[in-house]
Design a protein around this ligand. Structure first.
Ligand SMILES: CCC/C=C/C(=O)SCCNC(=O)CCNC(=O)[C@H](O)C(C)(C)COP(=O)([O-])OP(=O)([O-])OC[C@H]1O[C@@H](n2cnc3c(N)ncnc32)[C@H](O)[C@@H]1OP(=O)([O-])[O-]
Length: 289
């Protein structure tokens, strides 16, 4: 299903794309998964994840993120965007395992297309983007953070960040890998991605997967200070520089979007992969109990 259709499915009764956006704006307070607060004077918006219990990137959440991103990109008063979790403890638990387990191929394809769309939009975002990592940040959560221009992490040893896909028996696709390589370099990525490492704050800073670690109660003020520093640069120069740096990575996915979807669907549909995901979900349940 196309983004507009998914958006309309989320907001039944809206007849056009414009009507969908208008209703998203009007119903912002009712949105359950993403909350956007805009400081028009500062030109900064804060996008807070609110998808309990663990901010997993469900199809609905991904769709809301894309809709809100598009809206902010069209708002010329907003120059900077901060991502954070409304509830400290979990920034995002990554892709929604329940969108990748026990569903049919059409659903997997729709989900993967939406995830691609989110990444493409985030990675090319013209705004300055800062991730305020105030909780656990595995896999897809780490991917979102890595698309940002800067990452500030709360100094809490319970919080970890990384692409842990191999630990689930799954393989991060090439554009997750590319994003990691662009962030921490090739050799560190070889180790990080194969072992599925999740780094606590000090190690995350050492490997370069985050840019700053600050006491938990200062994480938001630190993100605002970083934002102010980045916003001091003229937008056009910074935007063109960002586009130049990121274009080859973006083009790599754009060239092979359909093949990547097909590969994901065939991979995730495998019995062995489904069995592995089932065991992982059970392990999470047992850990909780
Ligand atoms: C090729 C594909 C690439 C894949 C990329 C990915 O991102 S793959 C994603 C890789 N992600 C990971 O490996 C992260 C896995 N998650 C974790 O490690 C922990 O949940 C935590 C550290 C994020 C939070 O710890 P905590 O103690 O605060 O919370 P808790 O552990 O008690 O969980 C509460 C409930 O949430 C459930 N649930 C959790 N995650 C997900 C999810 N992603 N989705 C859906 N559901 C999820 C969990 O089952 C439990 O459900 P229940 O029993 O109530 O029905």
């Amino acid at each position: 299903m196309a983004l507009a259709s998914r958006a309309r499915a989320l907001l039944p009764g809206a007849r056009s794309w414009g009507a969908v956006l208008a209703r998203v704006t009007a119903q912002r307070a009712m949105s359950h998964r993403v909350v956007v607060e805009t400081d028009a004077a500062a030109g900064v918006a804060v996008m807070k994840f609110r998808n309990p219990p663990v901010n997993s990137l469900s199809l609905e959440m991904v769709t809301e993120l894309v809709i809100n991103l598009e809206k902010l990109e069209n708002d010329k008063t907003v120059r900077g965007l901060i991502f954070t979790s409304e509830s400290p403890g979990v920034f995002s638990s990554g892709l929604n395992l329940l969108d990748m387990y026990g569903r049919n191929p059409a659903h997997y394809a729709e989900y993967w297309k939406a995830v691609q769309e989110l990444w493409l939009r985030l990675y090319q975002c013209p705004m300055v983007t800062v991730a305020t990592i105030n909780g656990a940040c595995p896999a897809g959560g780490c991917l979102i953070s890595m698309t940002c221009d800067y990452r500030v992490m709360a100094d809490n040893p319970k919080y970890t960040i990384g692409l842990n896909e191999t630990q689930l028996g799954i393989v991060a696709p090439f554009w997750f890998k590319d994003t990691l390589v662009n962030t921490i370099g090739y050799r560190a990525s070889e180790i990080s991605l194969q072992l599925g490492l999740l780094y606590p704050p000090a190690e995350a800073l050492r490997v370069g997967i985050v840019d700053k670690v600050v006491p938990e109660d200062q994480v938001h003020s630190a993100a605002l200070a970083v934002m102010a520093q980045w916003l001091a640069i003229p937008d056009h120069a910074r935007q063109l520089t960002k586009a130049m740096l990121r274009k080859p990575t973006v083009d790599n996915l754009v060239r092979q979007r359909d093949a990547d979807i097909q590969q994901f669907v065939s991979f995730i549909s495998r019995d062995s992969i489904q069995k592995g995901l089932q065991m992982y979900l059970q392990m999470l349940k047992q850990k909780k109990a």
